[in-house]
Design a protein around this ligand. Structure first.
Ligand code: G3P
Length: 259
């Protein structure tokens, strides 16, 4: 656990236009700039809408902010006649380090399949972006007790054909759909149960050393008040925060969680 630096990531979803995005990031940087914050302790990332990324790049690089950023999605292709899509190559050129792949809102609203998401994961690696592969079950599956199988299937399908080297870099976010935007947070033990299962599965599919390097995030109604308990769990290496990442003070408090 101690080799895996915690990743605290804010997914802005379709919130914050490019002007609001800059204001939010400036407030966040200002709040974190106080001397009590040890930047080396965690990696802080934001996932703004595509239209914000150029502004975010200018601010982060110009002001040397100690945070990284990424896109919320990418095309499985690198360029061409794909109207409306954004490629991993374009994201990389804007300085993105990460890209979300298969967020539950992409799976449910856009009908993204595991096969497509596997192609997106590969497109991310091809363009030197770290994919954050999202997986997790809905309420009915949780109630039926098949949530572990369901989530592991998504992870297996998303990682088909990767090399062990690529797996070492991988980030997987466990986001139970019933906990997203609902205020209902999975218990730390639920997050740990799933993250341990994902790590074990990746160990089987690839190898234990690579699996030990994968960073596993929990997402779903994370706030400053519950983040520490979640991150205390052995296999949980970070959080993917939605709503609470839109408030600079709250997100700063999440980044500065007390162990
Ligand atoms: O990607 C993060 C997200 O889906 C969780 O959203 O608003 O419950 O923190 P939220």
């Amino acid at each position: 656990k101690f080799d895996r630096k915690p990743l605290i990531a804010g997914n802005w979803k379709m919130n914050m236009d490019h002007v609001q995005g800059i204001t939010l990031l400036q407030k966040l940087a200002w709040t974190l700039s106080d001397a009590r914050h040890d930047y080396s302790r965690v990696e802080t990332a934001v996932f703004p809408p595509f239209t914000d990324l150029r502004g975010v790049q200018t601010l982060v690089q110009g002001d040397k902010l100690k945070l990284v950023y990424g896109g919320q999605d990418l095309s499985p292709e690198d360029e061409g006649a794909y109207t409306g899509d954004i490629s991993g190559a374009f994201l990389a050129k804007l300085g993105c380090a990460y890209v979300l792949v298969g967020h539950s809102e992409r799976r449910s609203i856009h009908g993204e399949t595991d096969e497509l998401l596997n192609r997106k994961v590969k497109a991310a690696y091809r363009n030197n972006l770290t994919p954050v592969l999202c997986a997790g079950e809905g309420l009915e599956i949780r109630q039926a007790g098949t949530h572990v199988d369901h989530t592991l299937n998504q992870v297996r399908a998303g990682t088909v054909g990767l090399t062990s080297e690529q797996v070492c870099e991988l980030v997987v976010a466990y986001e139970p759909v019933w906990a997203i935007g609902t205020g209902e947070v999975a218990g730390p033990q639920d997050a740990q149960e799933m993250c341990a299962a994902i790590r074990a599965e990746l160990g089987e599919l690839f190898d234990a050393d690579s699996a030990a390097k994968v960073r596993l995030l929990y997402g779903g109604s994370v706030k400053a008040a519950n983040v520490a308990a979640i991150l205390r769990e052995r296999d949980v290496d970070g959080v993917l925060v939605g709503g609470a990442s839109l408030d600079a003070a709250e997100f700063a408090n999440i980044v500065r969680f007390e162990k």
